[in-house]
Design a protein around this ligand. Structure first.
Ligand SMILES: Cc1ncc(COP(=O)(O)O)c(C=O)c1O
Length: 327
C-alpha cells in the first residue's frame, strides 16, 4: 500500500451526489463522522468514488491478472473469510497450499528423494517471497561465517542493474549491500561473467531474473551456474544462486521445457514466482520454493501453536500464508 499522510485540514467533506437523500449533513473526509449513516448510503458513496479508478480490464500496462473464470471468483468469495494462518481450523485450505507447493516444486524440477525434501511457502507475491529467500541466504551465510570465526558485518548480493525494486527494498531493509552488474547498450540483462567477477567472500547469493521487468528477457542462469561453480571450486566459497522467476516461472516450463534455469542447476537453491502474473491469479499470491531443507535455516521457521497442533510458518506477516514440508 502507498504510504498515506494524515491531513491537517479536517473540514473537507466527501461529495456524495447519489446518496445525498440519506445523508442529511456532509460527511467529513479525514475524520470519523459524529453520526452513523445507513449501510446502503455508505455503500453507494464508496462505490461511486471507486468508479473514478481505472478499469483493470483495460489496464494493459499491468503484469497482474485482471480476469479469472467465474468459477474461480466463486471459490475466492467462498473462502475470503478464512484466516489462512489458522491451519488447524482450515485444514483443507492448508492441504491446497501444500499441493500447490508440491506442484510448483516438481514444475521447477526440485530433486526429490529420501534425503531431499524441497520446501516452500505461499506469500503475498514475489516481493515477500524475495524477502524470505534473501533472509534465508543471509542467515545461512552468517552461520557459516560465524562457525569459521569470520566477520559477518558486510553481506552483499550480486544482481543485474535491471532487478525489480523489491531487491533494493530487501537490501535496504535487511542491511545487505546490493552489487549491481551494469547494463550496456544492446545488452539489458545481467552478464553472468561480470556477475561472477563481482562475487566475493561476503556474497550471500547471486540473483538471476527469469523474465526481466524491463523487457521480459530471461537471464542465462545455466552459464551463471557453470561459471560460479568454477569460482566456488577455486575459492571454496560455495556461493549459491536465487532465481527471481516472478514473471517467467509459469512461462518457461511450458514454452521452453528444455531450458535449464531451475533446480536442475545444482547452485540454484531457491526460486520465487508470482501467481498473480503469468500464474493467472488475481493479485495477492506468490511462492518461494527452496531446493532442500538445509537451504532454509531452521531458526527462521516459527513454530506456533494456535489451536493445539504445531504449525511451522515462515512469513513476514501473520494472518496469511503457511509453510509446507514437502515429502
Ligand atoms: C522480476 C520481478 N521480480 C519481482 C517482482 C515483484 O513481484 P510482486 O509484484 O509479485 O511482489 C516483479 C514485479 O513486477 C518482477 O517483475
Amino acid at each position: 500500500m502507498a504510504l498515506s499522510t494524515a491531513e491537517v485540514e479536517t473540514d473537507e467533506s466527501v461529495h456524495s451526489t447519489f446518496a445525498s437523500r440519506y445523508v442529511r449533513t456532509t460527511l467529513p473526509r479525514f475524520k470519523m463522522a459524529e453520526h452513523s449513516i445507513p449501510k446502503e448510503a455508505a455503500y453507494q458513496i464508496i462505490n461511486d468514488e471507486l468508479m473514478l479508478d481505472g478499469n483493470p480490464r483495460l489496464n494493459l500496462a499491468s503484469f497482474v491478472t485482471t480476469w479469472m473464470e467465474p468459477e474461480c471468483d466463486k471459490l475466492i468469495m467462498s473462502s475470503i473469510n478464512k484466516n489462512y494462518v489458522d491451519m488447524d481450523e482450515y485444514p483443507v485450505t492448508t492441504e491446497l497450499q501444500n499441493r500447490c507447493v508440491n506442484m510448483i516444486a516438481r514444475l521447477f524440477n526440485a530433486p526429490l528423494g529420501d534425503s531431499e525434501a524441497a520446501m516452500g511457502v505461499g506469500t503475498v507475491g514475489s516481493s515477500e517471497a524475495i524477502m524470505l529467500a534473501g533472509l534465508a541466504f543471509k542467515r545461512k551465510w552468517q552461520n557459516k561465517r560465524r562457525a569459521a570465526g569470520l566477520p559477518t558485518d558486510s553481506p552483499n548480493i550480486v544482481t543485474g542493474a535491471n532487478v525489480q525494486v523489491c531487491w533494493e527494498k530487501f537490501a535496504r531493509y535487511f542491511e545487505v549491500e546490493l552489487k549491481e552488474v551494469k547494463l550496456r547498450e544492446g545488452y539489458y540483462v545481467m552478464d553472468p561473467a561480470k556477475a561472477v567477477e563481482m562475487v566475493d567472500e561476503n556474497t550471500i547469493c547471486v540473483a538471476a531474473i527469469l523474465g526481466s521487468t524491463l523487457n521480459g528477457e530471461f537471464e542465462d542462469v545455466k552459464t551463471l551456474n557453470d561459471l560460479l561453480a568454477e569460482k566456488n571450486k577455486e575459492t571454496g566459497w560455495d556461493t549459491p544462486i536465487h532465481v527471481d522467476a516472478a514473471s517467467g516461472g509459469f512461462i518457461a516450463p511450458f514454452l521452453y521445457p528444455e531450458l535449464e534455469w531451475d533446480f536442475r542447476l545444482p547452485l540454484v537453491k531457491s526460486i520465487n514466482v508470482s501467481g498473480h502474473k503469468y500464474g493467472l491469479v488475481y493479485a495477492g499470491i506468490g511462492w518461494v520454493i527452496w531446493r532442500n531443507k538445509e537451504d532454509l535455516p531452521d531458526e527462521l521457521i516459527f513454530h506456533i501453536n494456535y489451536l493445539g497442533a504445531d504449525q511451522p510458518t515462515f512469513t513476514l506477516n501473520f494472518s496469511k500464508g503457511n509453510i509446507t514440508i514437502h515429502s
